[in-house]
Write a protein of this length. Structure first.
Length: 548
């Protein structure tokens, strides 16, 4: 029963299909529909290919611009790092030189003040020495004159009382001559001593003036060096300002690069979304291909069914023809009516028409199947090409992203190293600053102690000892200057060897010690001469008393 109803449904559908396929517009539609579908698919693929080419060109252009900007940014970063290192070195050198110059200027001002204070003292001491020498000479002359007059008066009185004996007069005359000769010899000695003292004072004064000129020349050189360092400092400041401007420009460019990067990221996200859409389209096309495969399989099954049906109808026609022939033979032999014969002929024509229509339908189905297979091959080839392109592009993008990550990590490591170096440099500068402050405090303490000792000696000395004390002060000054020069040389690390500097400083100290020793010797000689004169006067007085 079910088989009978199924056969009826199939026969009904076949009758409807036969009625429709005789319609010409339906035949034209069925022939043109696959061609239109293939053309539409080709147009869509061309549009997608053009869009992909545009996006690829745009991405290549953005990648090239990004690479150029990356190279330019790296060059600017290297320049900035070099300039920062040079600036740090110049800043450290300038800081040391500025500290040294401040110390030198303070020392120079102090020396000038002390020099201005000591010049009038030096002149006063010279004047006092001259006055003392003149007073000593006058006292000696006055004493000699007085002693001679007293002796003459006594001799006159003795001569009058003893009736002026010739022997006493001759003795007194000889004594007077001897005293005059002694007086003249003393005058000559005093004159020579005065000249020697003046020569010594002039030589010492010239030596001190030469040393002062040397110190002034050193001060002038230091001022020149300060001017040079100031010019260098201003130049470095200008360069730093230029570098700051370049840094600002680099920051602006980095912001622009970040904007471009964000734009590029957005475009990349858009491309990824388009890629996802393309993947979806590819999946859709694959689904359509599967559907076409299923339709093709169904059409093949229908074709097989139609072939079976045609074979069935052909067999039926053959059987009917055999039956017709048998019927004709039987009708001829038995005399059958024409109506039955006409009915059989009509049935035979219908069957022939059905067979012809089925053959045409089979041809149409084979043509459609061929077109579908061609479109399937085209779609598969295009999908393979797109798959290869997108895989290559994804691999390139992933390699670029890896390069960007690697470069960013490098930059971060370089910045961390730079920060560590800057922190170490700051710590070293702070340590050097503390050491310099400590040395300055020590030098100030030593200078204050020496000044206190010198002031104490000055209060407890006399006129000749003042001169010696002044030499001591100069020696102390030279020692402090030598110490300051040594510290400056250690700080500046000049190319002059240390042994030559120490030899020069030792020579200066030896000169000052020699001047001190010569002054002490002159003082001792003066004291000895004064003692000798005093002894001679005592001898003269004792001799005179003995004669009396």
């Amino acid at each position: 029963m079910i088989q009978h109803s199924a056969i009826k449904c199939v026969q009904k559908n076949v009758r409807i299909w036969f009625a429709l396929r005789k319609w010409k517009w339906w035949r034209l539609y069925t022939n043109l529909l696959p061609i239109l579908n293939v053309q539409n698919n080709e147009l869509i693929l061309r549009q997608m290919q053009s869009e992909l080419d545009d996006l690829r060109r745009k991405s290549d252009r953005l990648v090239s611009e990004k690479q150029e900007l990356k190279i330019f940014n790296q060059q600017l970063e290297t320049k900035l790092m070099n300039v920062q290192s040079e600036y740090a070195e110049e800043n450290a050198a300038n800081a040391g030189t500025i500290d040294l110059l401040e110390v030198e200027t303070s020392e120079r001002i102090r020396l000038e003040k002390e020099l201005n204070e000591l010049r009038p003292l030096y002149n006063d001491t010279l004047k006092k020495l001259e006055l003392i020498e003149t007073e000593m000479l006058e006292l000696r002359l006055y004493n000699t004159k007085k002693s001679i007059e007293q002796e003459l008066e006594k001799d006159d009185i003795d001569g009058l009382s003893v009736n002026g004996s010739f022997c006493s007069k001759s003795n007194t005359g000889e004594q007077l001559e001897a005293l005059r000769r002694d007086n003249e010899s003393l005058k000559r000695q005093l004159q020579q001593e005065k000249e020697q003292l003046e020569l010594r004072g002039l030589t010492e004064r010239s030596a001190l003036e030469a040393k002062l000129e040397e110190k002034e020349s050193e001060i002038v050189e230091l001022e020149k060096q300060t001017a040079i360092h100031k010019r260098k400092y201003h130049k470095v400041c200008q360069e730093m300002q230029d570098m700051e401007r370049l840094c600002e420009e680099n920051k602006i460019r980095n912001r622009e690069l970040e904007k471009i990067q964000s734009k590029f990221d957005s475009e990349m996200s858009a491309l990824r979304s388009k890629l996802e859409a393309e993947r979806e389209l590819r999946e859709k096309s694959e689904r359509e291909r599967e559907a076409t495969k299923y339709d093709l399989f169904a059409l093949k099954n229908d074709l097989d069914a139609q072939k079976l049906e045609t074979n069935y109808h052909v067999e039926k026609c053959e059987r009917l023809e055999r039956d017709l022939k048998e019927y004709e033979t039987a009708s001829v032999s038995k005399g059958v009516g024409t109506d039955q014969f006409l009915k059989l002929k009509a049935q035979l024509r219908d069957l022939e028409l059905k067979a012809r229509d089925q053959e045409e339908e089979l041809d149409e189905q084979t043509f459609v199947i061929q077109q579908l297979e061609q479109t399937k091959l085209k779609l598969e080839m295009q999908l393979e090409k797109e798959k290869q392109k997108w895989t290559r592009e994804l691999a390139e993008k992933e390699s670029e992203m890896d390069d960007l990550r690697f470069n960013a990590q490098k930059k971060i490591k370089a910045i961390e190293l730079q920060l560590e170096e800057e922190s170490e440099m700051c710590n070293n500068l702070q340590r050097e600053k503390r050491e310099l402050e400590r040395k300055m405090r020590e030098t100030n303490g030593v200078a204050n102690g020496k000044k206190a000792n010198s002031s104490f000696d000055c209060q407890s000395s006399e006129s000749i000892q003042d001169y010696v004390l002044k030499l001591k002060r100069q020696m102390i000054k030279y020692k402090t200057l030598a110490f300051d020069a040594q510290t400056q040389l250690e700080k500046l690390r000049e190319n002059i060897p240390k042994q030559s500097i120490l030899k020069a400083l030792k020579a200066q100290l030896e000169d000052s010690e020699f001047s001190k020793a010569s002054a002490l010797k002159s003082k001792q000689l003066l004291q000895v001469e004064i003692d000798n004169l005093q002894q001679q006067l005592d001898d003269v007085n004792s001799h005179r008393h003995l004669q009396v």
